[in-house]
Design a protein around this ligand. Structure first.
Ligand SMILES: Cc1cc2nc3c(=O)[nH]c(=O)nc-3n(C[C@H](O)[C@H](O)[C@H](O)COP(=O)(O)O)c2cc1C
Length: 327
């Protein structure tokens, strides 16, 4: 029998399959269902910086703070505490009832006030924290360097604030992606999750309005993170986790082969139910048996660029060969 046990950011996981942050992990019964069907860990639904701030502003509308300056401060703090209290309770209850690691998640766009909240998640027992950071690089006056500074500052400040492991979940909108991830590692991050899948707009040409593009991924979306994890996992001293487009045990195996320490799964569980995790675990197990791998470390990273006997397969040269037909 193959042993699926592994480690991710120093956490001991019974297997490398993590249910990624979404509504699937927003309640304790759902988290327990993930555990029952074989998840190695869960990342809780994110608490959003904007959510906290918007809630605070709604509350503030009802306060005549010009005449009650102290009321402004008090209400402002109250509003932030309110949503956070609920989230902290979720972490506490999940930790009390589940035996798999529980990773809290904060979605942020700045190195602002929210960093003060992180301690509360650590105190509530979160095993790790995942920061979903995405700043849409759409402001024509803001340079890539300025945006990168924000990511680095977030990593630096959060690592000073808490002692549980911290991962950052990022997108691919960086002109120097490899260098960026390497500098995030220098700031002390423990893990990197590649790549977040963002909300995208689409167009309804009959009604002449915008609509949302599909919220759920397709299996062919796996290749972007596959390529980057293959390129970087052997070179940068961070634990890599894969997300987007992992819809099967085969997809999970591919990501582990190129160097992911863990794989995060979401869309396929929305369409097939959390029970589908059983299938993914079984596929991984029987593949390992067939290949005579007795543990995850036997094959994790086997096909990353550093270990590959065909390192150029991951780069442009191979593409050029394929396109122009060079043998
Ligand atoms: C309905 C829905 C809600 C999500 N909510 C969050 C969230 O709160 N925080 C987060 O970091 N990612 C969130 N995600 C992104 C997923 O965690 C995951 O990274 C993404 O869907 C790609 O993985 P997949 O291809 O397995 O779906 C959400 C995705 C979906 C479909």
């Amino acid at each position: 029998m193959s042993n699926l046990q592994t480690t991710y950011m120093g956490l001991s996981l019974r297997n490398p399959l993590i249910v990624s942050s979404s509504k699937l992990t927003s309640t304790v019964p759902q988290i327990l269902k993930c555990e029952e069907h074989g998840a190695g860990a869960v990342v809780l639904k994110s608490l959003f910086e904007e959510q906290i701030m918007a809630d605070k502003e709604n509350l503030m509308d009802n306060v005549n703070y010009l005449s009650h300056a102290e009321a402004f401060d008090y209400t402002s703090v109250m509003a932030q505490e309110y949503l956070l209290d609920d989230y902290v309770s979720l972490v506490e209850e999940a930790k009390n009832k589940a035996s798999i690691p529980v990773i809290a998640s904060l979605n942020c766009v700045s190195a602002g006030n929210w960093i003060e909240y992180a301690n509360r998640l650590e105190d509530a027992g979160a095993d790790a924290l995942e920061l979903n950071v995405f700043i849409l690089p759409a402001n024509v006056r803001v340079t890539g360097g300025e945006l990168e500074k924000i990511y680095l500052e977030i990593a630096r400040k959060i690592k000073r604030k808490i002692s549980i492991p911290v991962a950052m979940k990022i997108g691919y909108h960086f002109s120097g992606l490899a260098n960026m991830i390497s500098r995030l590692a220098d700031e002390g991050l423990d893990g990197i999750v590649l790549f977040n899948r963002f909300y995208k707009p689409d167009v309804n040409i009959d009604k002449l309005v915008l609509k949302a593009a599909p919220v759920f991924s397709e299996p062919n979306e796996i290749n972007l993170s596959l390529q980057w994890i293959a390129l970087l996992s052997g070179e940068i001293d961070l634990d890599f986790a894969a997300t987007t487009g992992i819809h099967s045990g085969e997809g999970a195996i591919k990501q582990l082969l190129v160097g992911a320490k863990a794989v995060q799964i979401c869309s396929v569980l929305y369409s097939n139910g959390i029970e589908f995790l059983d299938d993914i675990v079984k596929t991984l197990e029987s593949w390992m048996e067939k290949q005579h791998f007795s543990s995850i470390s036997d094959f994790c990273g086997m096909l990353c660029q550093e270990n590959s006997d065909n390192p150029e397969a991951y780069e442009r040269s191979q593409f050029v060969k394929a396109i122009v037909g060079i043998a």
